[in-house]
Design a protein around this ligand. Structure first.
Ligand code: FES
Length: 267
């Protein structure tokens, strides 16, 4: 049997000069819908171990610390803050260090790129501060910075603009304007997956020191073999959970793909 741990491609560091997305407040306790990225895990034994729960599907709950979880279950006194949790963005094995990658997480468009100057994966808002072009359409420039595809502005791993090609070299340093910075989210590699914290407010810049992404023991257990993949699906994680919890559909929706046994007395 196979077990999927799916994580919604939900919506990381921070130069960010943007705080929560505008829609965050109005949805702080509602369930965001977003595409999902399933993780497939198998074991080295002949039988696959079935994980007790679709771990990443429940990332929002598992990522929450005890107090947040308690608040979640205690009624309406305190709202669960979807934007104060770690979320998996992409498994590292699916990322190419040579190019930026677009992802949508928690309904947020982000770009994941490798900052060779800091030896770290970065997660930025996928929107250039100049004319809002998607930075994921850009490139890594010869100096290892993220370069916008539209007019070539270049950003370092802190989201600071380091170059505006059209600005005269002997003119005012317009690239240093805060308005020329990109929103940067805290990001970390954990369990060979890039995680991010969907709030670019500078107060969360070192959030990893206070709160870590959820630890999944099986992913660090050498008796398991893990296969991690990434797949975007055009619906929210809540639909995916419902689907994974519904094995009755397998012989029919996956007809011919999964072994089935004839129902005695019916056929
Ligand atoms: S839109 Fe990015 S540099 Fe102009």
């Amino acid at each position: 049997m196979e077990a999927y741990a799916s994580s919604a491609s939900l919506p990381s560091l921070i130069c960010s000069h943007r705080s929560k997305p505008k829609f965050a407040n109005s949805h702080s306790s509602s369930v965001p819908t977003a595409p999902s990225q399933p993780l497939l895990r198998t074991t080295t034994s002949s039988k696959f171990k079935l994980f007790s729960s679709p771990v990443s599907v429940e990332v929002p709950l598992e990522a929450a610390d005890a107090s947040a979880t308690a608040a979640f279950s205690s009624g309406d006194e305190e709202k669960f803050d979807w934007y104060s949790q770690w979320y998996p963005v992409m498994p590292v094995c699916d990322l190419d260090e040579r190019v930026p990658h677009a992802k949508k997480v928690l309904g947020m468009d982000v770009v994941v790129w490798w900052d060779r100057n800091e030896n770290a994966w970065k997660v930025f808002d996928d929107m250039c501060p100049h004319r809002l072009a998607p930075l994921s359409e850009g490139r890594i420039d010869p100096s290892g910075r993220l370069q916008c595809v539209y007019h070539g502005w270049c950003f370092d791993g802190s989201g600071d603009c380091k170059l505006i090609p059209q600005a005269p070299l002997d003119g005012p340093p317009v690239h240093t304007s805060k308005r020329a910075c990109v929103a940067v989210y805290p990001a970390i590699v954990h369990h060979d997956i890039v995680w991010f914290w969907p709030n670019s407010d500078p107060q969360y810049k070192d959030i990893f020191e206070k709160k870590k992404p959820p630890f999944i023991p099986e992913l660090g257990d050498p008796s398991f073999t893990k296969i991690i993949g990434n797949r975007d699906v055009p619906y929210g994680y809540d639909v995916l959970i419902e689907n994974l919890a519904d094995p009755a559909h397998l012989p029919y929706a996956h007809y011919g793909l999964v072994p089935t046994q004839p129902l005695k007395g019916i056929f």
